[in-house]
Design a protein around this ligand. Structure first.
Ligand code: ZN
Length: 246
């Protein structure tokens, strides 16, 4: 089975569509594994939910998905994120609301656990260090875990589970590799709001027959998304950061 691994789409329809087109050019996919934050920040929450729903997919809830339907408190959001969350909640259909509201906090597909933040704290925790990755191991029981939330790609290879030792490795671009024998936590980076100083959309393709995973980047029409954000009155900081991927 060929899976598209997508995280943090964040209502960015142009980025999401560019990824779908890039996937088709690269031999297609059968199912999307989505790691949460479909909405929030960007100008097209409804269209992004619709596009996701038009695919066979499995998706977990991100903090922004839950905030948009009032399922979590946005007081811990920074003011810009809170403003975007309020805007998002006002631009969802009833069906969008129902869809976001029923997303699970964690899911499993074969040998993969899916969460937004971390398996220990699916909604809020960021796995940015090998230490946090190691502490996560006790909280899922599949060999592999797929996460998003940081908007930065990462591979945490956990070589010595008895001593909970993980190592942070780069998730290479366009270079597929065989899934490690060790338990591994993988983050494909963000489709709709990358934060690694590269404005292009980041995602991965998992092939469970070949036992390989590969990450790709694809450019999209950033200016078009920004124009829609301006018209929607979304915060300027969110508009500008798409230029830099930061
Ligand atoms: Zn996010």
């Amino acid at each position: 089975m060929r899976y598209a691994i997508l995280a943090d789409i964040h209502s960015n329809l142009e980025a999401f569509q560019a990824v779908i087109e890039d996937l088709s050019r690269r031999g297609g996919y059968q199912k999307i594994l989505c790691l949460g934050d479909i909405v929030g920040y960007g100008p097209d929450p409804h269209a992004c939910i619709e596009l996701l729903k038009s695919n066979e997919h499995l998706c977990v809830a991100g903090n922004h998905d839950l905030a948009a339907v009032g399922a979590i408190d946005t007081r811990s959001f920074n003011p810009v994120a809170e403003e975007a969350a309020r805007w998002t909640s006002q631009h969802l259909s009833e069906a969008d609301r129902l869809y976001l509201g029923q997303l699970p906090l964690r899911a499993a597909e074969g040998r993969f656990t899916l969460v937004h933040g971390s398996p220990r704290e699916p909604v809020w925790e960021y796995i940015t260090s090998a230490q946090t990755a190691a502490e996560s191991l006790a909280h899922f029981d599949t060999p592999y875990c797929l996460v998003g939330h940081t908007h930065v790609s990462a591979i945490f290879r956990c070589v010595d589970e008895k001593h909970s030792k993980c190592f942070l490795e780069d998730f290479p671009i366009d270079e597929g590799f065989e899934l490690p024998h060790d338990r591994t936590i993988m983050n494909p980076g963000s489709v709709g709001q990358p934060r690694d100083w590269d404005p292009t959309a980041s995602y991965a393709i998992l092939d469970t027959e070949e036992h390989t995973i590969v990450r790709h980047r694809t450019p999209y029409d950033v200016a078009h998304t920004q124009e829609k954000m301006r018209r929607a009155g979304l915060p300027g900081h969110l508009i500008v950061r798409l230029n830099y991927g930061r």
